[in-house]
Design a protein around this ligand. Structure first.
Ligand SMILES: NC(=O)c1ccc[n+]([C@@H]2O[C@H](COP(=O)([O-])OP(=O)(O)OC[C@H]3O[C@@H](n4cnc5c(N)ncnc54)[C@H](O)[C@@H]3O)[C@@H](O)[C@H]2O)c1
Length: 355
């Protein structure tokens, strides 16, 4: 009797499960089937990610970019007009996908919300959204408030130094000593040991002291940009780009690699036109540097043509174009690409999702 009940029960559960199966499949198809994206707050992001984490991934992303294997759509901008209840402010949305990687990234950066100051808040904030490239489901939201952008910029500086300077170029100057300079110094330190030289309108002393303690390499402060150029083999420039920061006659005649990242808008220029014209010029992405980078200014002044571009950085990474060959002036023009954003998004997900 019990046996026959249990047989009937199991037969009915088989029937039930057969009946239930389509319901279960239907449930999987419901819009609630994706797990909620994980939220990583600013503290978690800043405590667990470094420039060094990003370098390899950003290097591969540049290689893929040069082969046309990265989808980087045009950025989107939302202007928040000032009114009694809003703004003023700007929201920039960018994204990218490096082919054959498991995630893609959308980045939302809010800047110039100047009224925040009265509320004791900074004028900018931002998130990265990292999305599963198989299912299209958002995996993680990273509250980074520009931290991940600064990391991927420092990682690009490291890639530029690795591929466009020689091992003997070990005096590294930093013109402009703010947030980007700190990430450039961390990136450079991952390439080779160096003697650092700092110059800025403000903050060079604090930068030199902090970087020397953090990186365990000697840093000095130069009395002028000219003095810095005279002794540097590699020069990172990361000023707001309101005016040019060096002159051709100041540069080391044994050869110099200038890695310029301050110009990322059509109004900016850090490197003079005669230096650009005399250089072996390498862009992160020529279609972008021709609009917002140092190249824009040189093209506008008629001292360079697009045909004067020696290479994109990814071509040098891939070995299809050469980096340093002798005592030439090399300028690497970094404006920041969606490929770097996609790379740092992948790194952040890989590392932080395991916490
Ligand atoms: N290329 C990229 O991917 C990328 C990414 C992020 C930011 N940026 C750009 O990098 C630049 C620097 O950003 P940040 O956050 O480090 O700024 P910051 O304000 O933290 O630091 C700027 C530094 O430059 C110095 N400076 C200003 N004008 C100078 C001049 N003429 N000569 C010497 N020093 C000068 C300042 O004193 C300060 O030390 C900005 O223009 C920013 O838009 C570029």
């Amino acid at each position: 009797m019990l046996a026959s009940l249990s047989r009937r029960a199991s037969a009915s559960s088989v029937r039930l499960s057969r009946v239930a199966a389509p319901v279960a499949v239907g449930a999987c198809r419901s819009l609630s089937a994706f797990p909620a994206p994980r939220l990583f707050d600013y503290e978690t992001v800043t405590r667990n990610l470094t420039v060094a984490d990003a370098i390899e991934s950003v290097e591969k992303a540049f290689g893929a970019l040069a082969k046309g294997h990265v989808d980087v759509p045009m950025p989107m901008h939302i202007g928040i007009e000032e009114s009694a209840i809003a703004g003023p402010g700007d929201c920039h949305i960018k994204g990218g996908y490096v082919a054959a990687t498991p995630t893609f990234t959308v980045k939302l950066a809010c800047v110039s919300f100047y009224k925040n100051k009265a509320k004791g808040l900074p004028p900018g904030s931002g998130i990265f959204i990292v999305v599963n490239a198989i299912t299209g489901a958002p995996l993680g939201i990273f509250q980074e408030n520009r931290f991940m952008t600064d990391l991927r910029t420092g990682a690009a500086g490291a890639v530029a130094m690795k591929h466009c300077s020689s091992a003997t170029q070990d005096v590294v100057g930093f013109i402009g000593c703010g947030a980007i300079a700190r990430n450039m110094a961390r990136g450079a330190a991952a390439v080779r040991p160096f003697k650092g030289v700092a110059y800025a309108i403000e903050g060079a002393e604090a930068f030199a002291k902090e970087m020397q303690a953090e990186l365990g390499m000697p840093f000095t402060v130069a009395p002028s940009a000219q003095a810095l150029c005279g002794e540097s083999d590699v020069i990172f420039t990361q000023t707001p780009g309101g005016k040019t920061v060096l002159e051709k006659s100041w540069l080391n005649p044994k050869g110099v690699t200038i890695i310029a990242s301050g110009s990322d808008q059509p109004t900016k220029q850090e490197i003079p036109n005669d230096v650009l014209a005399a250089s072996k010029y390498i862009s992160d992405l020529t279609k972008q540097t021709s609009k917002v980078g140092e190249l824009r200014a040189a093209l506008g002044a008629g001292v360079m043509q697009l045909s004067d571009v020696h290479a994109e950085l990814g071509e040098v990474v891939n070995g299809t174009k050469k980096g340093r060959e002798g005592s030439e002036i090399i300028v690497v023009d970094l404006t920041g690409t969606g490929a770097q954003d996609a790379a740092i998004g992948q790194v952040a997900w890989d590392k932080l999702s395991k916490l």
